[in-house]
Write a protein that binds this ligand. Structure first.
Ligand SMILES: C[S@@+](CC[C@H](N)C(=O)[O-])C[C@H]1O[C@@H](n2cnc3c(N)ncnc32)[C@H](O)[C@@H]1O
Length: 192
């Protein structure tokens, strides 16, 4: 069953230029209480890796995966500067290929799943990397029609159906922020 959650009642009043505090607010409720071992798939320059590091604190460990080695290098500098005590294992890899990641307490996919047209096999890999009751936190544009930069986004309703078909349960919306490009961005958490 999918739940609209608090983000359904209206936007948090952020600008489209998000700050670290906004990244934290988007995912915090999906991460807190979920355990210390997380991965960020398609982590890029690390906006949500930094948010995860902030939320998890010194006991956290994060596997940060991106196919862009340059973005990971930038991310490493920021992580070292701001959260030096959090363990981060960076991997230059394609998250649509099999990855030896698990078992993890949680996975964040922020603005990265929309690069995949058929999400079935990626979501099967994500499920396989999570422990029982592990969490998937998605950050995604709330649109079913994409564009050149965001090819295959999903509305929250589409994500609910997609997540359920992939075997996830209890999908609920966490928060939303306005987007200049595609209406809004939401965050949601699902349970393996
Ligand atoms: C729009 S950026 C989002 C970065 C970050 N998660 C954020 O929200 O700020 C998308 C990132 O996903 C990465 N990416 C897309 N498809 C990927 C794949 N199949 N495997 C690994 N990384 C991928 C890109 O290299 C890029 O860094």
């Amino acid at each position: 069953m999918c739940q609209g959650g608090p983000g359904h009642r209206g936007f948090v009043a952020y600008d489209v230029v998000m700050e670290h505090a906004d990244h934290v607010r988007l995912i915090r409720d999906g991460v807190v209480g979920g355990g210390p071992a997380w991965a960020d798939l398609g982590s890029g320059r690390g906006a949500f890796t930094l948010a995860l590091a902030d939320i998890l604190g010194p006991s956290g460990s994060i596997v940060s995966v991106d196919r862009d080695a340059g973005a990971l290098r930038e991310q490493a500098g920021e992580l070292h500067r701001r959260f030096p005590v959090v363990t981060v294992d960076q991997r230059v890899a394609d998250f649509s290929a099999p990855l030896d990641l698990g078992p993890l307490d949680g996975i964040v996919m922020a603005n990265s799943l929309h690069f995949v047209r058929d999400k079935t096999s990626v979501l099967a890999g994500v499920r396989a990397a999570l422990r029982d009751d592990g969490r998937l936190v998605l950050v995604e544009y709330d649109a079913d029609r994409g564009n050149h930069w965001v090819p295959f986004p999903m509305t929250f309703d589409t994500w609910c159906r997609t997540a359920e078909a992939a075997g996830f349960r209890d999908t609920r919306r966490l928060a939303s922020v306005p987007s200049r490009f595609l209406g809004s961005i939401y965050s949601a958490v699902s349970v393996r």
